[in-house]
Ligand binder design. Sequence first.
Ligand code: ADP
Ligand code: MG
Length: 277
Amino acid sequence: RYRMPRPTHRRVLTVANQKGGVGKTTTTVNLAAALAMHGVRVLVIDLDPQGNASTALGVDHHLGTPSVYECLLGEIRLAEAAAVSTASPNLLCIPATIDLAGAEIELVSMVARENRLKQALSEEALAELDVDYVFVDCPPSLGLLTVNALVAAKEVLIPIQCEYYALEGLGQLLSNIDLVRAHLNTALHVSTILLTMYDGRTKLADQVTSEVRGHFGPTVLRTVIPRSVKVSEAPGYSQTVLAYDPGSRGAMSYVDAAREIAERGAQMDVPQRQDGR
Ligand code: ADP
Ligand code: MG
């Protein structure tokens, strides 16, 4: 069975786009599940008060569950909030409860308000969880929660929906990323763009695809995620599409996208091994 290459250095990817409904959460949980099911250890941080990533990963997130909120406040360790996803024993999730809805405002008056997630994701904390990848699922805004996610990661993954106005608002996200890089996190860069909800029957989808590729070049993954009913049904069963219908085009395309990400990362970080291991 194919195993995803493990990165030599732990990779932290923030999945961001301030537009709602572009596929951030779907992309986060399915890429994470694809990597985990192929042998690497993955942590998903649910940073959206809606808790959709927690739901899709089959992780409890009712009020009172130890969550990312307490981690941001520094009240508990990451490991105390981490729950194993039903998707894979290699997949952990820090759930979001409704408490997180207040955090956007509460953070404003806190010390080191932009660095809270970074502090929670210390080397020590991640080593304790023994994960190779961390994916942070952002809320649909450019507020302090998203800023925390951008400070805590090296890589940004932007899902772009193959729709009208796909690029609208992206400039704002990119200039926020530039600001964070200039002032808070010099290592931050957009490493990955993933086209989602591609509908091959429309001419528009191809126009958007070539526009995005023309604009962002090789940052855009070759794999495109098709619009598929299975993908949208899966969260209703508290599942990733990989568990819900592993043979579906949606599931297979997320595995392909995950493999591209893993292989790129391996190229970035690891000198090619001669022994083929
Ligand atoms: P975001 O996190 O950016 O708000 P979601 O991942 O929640 O976006 O996706 C928005 C909606 O679109 C959800 O109902 C989701 O199930 C659906 N969806 C996402 N990707 C696909 C896809 N490839 N095909 C069909 N529906 C999709
Ligand atoms: Mg979401």
